[in-house]
Ligand binder design. Sequence first.
Ligand SMILES: [Fe+2]
Length: 259
Amino acid sequence: MSASDYPVSHSVVRWPGEKKTQNSVLQFDPCALAEKGFQVIRRYGTDIFQLERDLDRVSCGQLYYSNRVGVLCHQYSVLPESANFSEQMLCGGFHTDFMFQPHPPAYIALLCLQPDPKHPFYGRNQVVHVQPFLERMQQAFGVSEQDLRDHRLVYDLAERGRFEQPILDDLDGKLIFRFHERLLGKGQMQGGAETDMSMAAMLHAVMMDVTADICLDRGDLLILSNHHALHRRGECSIEFDGVAGKWRAREMATIRFNL
Ligand SMILES: [Fe+2]
């Protein structure tokens, strides 16, 4: 039995409006990616070499390589203790992958190799699409798209020092997100709207309001827009397998790419 034939339990909670289709052949859904910022391909399988070949084909060789990660396909799992954001049990912050790069990758493929031990309640993924985010920022706080383009959020990075960057940016004439909630400096200035909330608090409140909550079972593949959506990992758990003498935890494989 190959890895991609491995049976899956599919005790999965589908997101509202999800198309009940299976797609073991990787095909993009441009409408879903444009309108929601993500696409879920159920039961794709867990063969990471197949995933790399498929994405290489559909992206015409535009897989994203980072020296920092050191591989095209980044595999990771939740660990009892880790300084790496992607390996922590703690809920992640909404972010753009490689937000400080001049050209962050346009898309991210997230393949679930092993769901969380407390799946489907833990180990979820959450996605914020730019359109409902902008609408709700205006409705709830009177903060416009232009306000967000102008407001320079402060980042405090250990290796690069203080850095300022608005959450919205132009890339080749198109509006994109550039954001990392967990890297924001403490004590952000007031947002300028008629509220005492900080800009960071307003952003988080709206993101939690409009986020799509996605539940991946083993072999499910999530394709995300890294330019037009923010993403984060929900809280994860781990479980000690006394027979095998090791921890069981969520395992994922990620490949970034352009189209
Ligand atoms: Fe990420």
